[in-house]
Ligand binder design. Structure first.
Ligand code: BTN
Length: 286
């Protein structure tokens, strides 16, 4: 990557023009550096910012992921985005927003790298390596869900050296996957469009309405996996996802298991052939 391009700031004027007539990203708060875009978006939401308001930063000093993990945020390379949502949902349904965002992110990334796929519950992978992660954080009060901050980190132009050594064989960027420099404005625009579209569909039809589409973008169907978390360990073959967003496995005794949460490891790695190939992807986000 040339030094000039590696330090080029996001062309926010261009992105704002592209999103001017949209719902998601019509208002964009852009920063050089923040602790976490989710924290900034939360404060904006508490101050009454509208649904669809987006926060983007060039770097995060305390970018966070699931389970208190850090999100490595090298400057000027990637996309660190948080969106304010005000969904008319019960708190128990909010976890499904992570799945909706996984679908939208895989679809947007798939326009550059057709192999991009969802790894339940909150990752997007290419060739088995992590391209993107999603962190949805909700705020509730006595009346229910006040808002949700949907945070998405996507590795766009990061090089291996931008990641700490322990992540270098686990993470990937869209640039590394495709060999081409990624236009971050074009990517952010497509991601916001896909999110807006899939979120609308989800609010109208529930997760059941996007389930077939989600499954067609899943990297796990037909794969033998280990699920760990909460001191438990389960092994089985993934058969799909249920209408409530739980992952469905079949264990060695052919018993169906539904998993609500956990960390997934693909046994034998993604190089191993899946027992059943993913279904055809017959439509993409508009
Ligand atoms: C994960 O994989 O565990 C989720 C990672 C989520 C990272 C994004 S980057 C933008 C937003 N701000 C954060 O601090 N986290 C999310």
């Amino acid at each position: 990557m040339s030094p000039a391009l590696s330090h080029a700031a996001l062309a926010t004027g261009d992105l704002r023009r592209r999103r001017a007539a949209a719902h998601f990203g019509r208002t964009i708060h852009y920063y050089d550096s923040v602790d976490s875009t989710n924290t900034v978006a939360r404060q904006l939401a508490l101050n009454g910012a509208a649904e669809g308001t987006a926060v983007i930063a060039e770097t995060q000093t305390r970018g966070r992921g699931r389970l208190g993990r850090a999100w490595v945020s090298p400057p000027f390379r990637n996309l660190y985005l948080s969106i304010i949502l005000r969904p008319p949902l019960a708190a128990a349904e909010v976890a499904q927003i992570t799945l909706v965002a996984g679908l939208a992110t895989a679809e947007a990334a798939g326009e550059w790298a057709p192999g991009a796929a969802i790894k339940w519950p909150n990752d997007v992978v290419v060739g088995g390596r992590k391209l993107a992660g999603i962190l949805a954080e909700m705020e509730t009060d006595a009346e229910g869900v006040r808002f949700v901050i949907l945070g998405i980190g996507v590795n766009l132009n990061a090089a291996a050296a931008d990641f700490p050594p322990e992540l270098r064989d686990k993470a990937v960027s869209l640039r590394a996957a495709t060999g081409q420099l990624i236009d971050r404005v074009a990517f952010a625009d497509r991601l916001l469009s896909c999110l807006e579209h899939r979120y609308d569909l989800f609010l109208r039809a529930g997760f059941a309405g996007i389930r077939p589409l989600w499954e067609s973008h899943s990297s796990l169907n037909g794969r033998q996996v280990e699920i760990s978390g909460g001191g438990q360990r389960l092994v089985g073959v993934v058969t799909g996802i249920a209408d409530d967003g739980t992952l469905v496995l079949r264990d060695a005794a052919q018993m169906e298991i539904r998993v609500v949460a956990g960390d997934v490891t693909v046994l034998g790695g993604y190089e191993k052939e899946a027992a059943s190939p993913p279904s055809a992807r017959n439509w993409e986000c508009p």
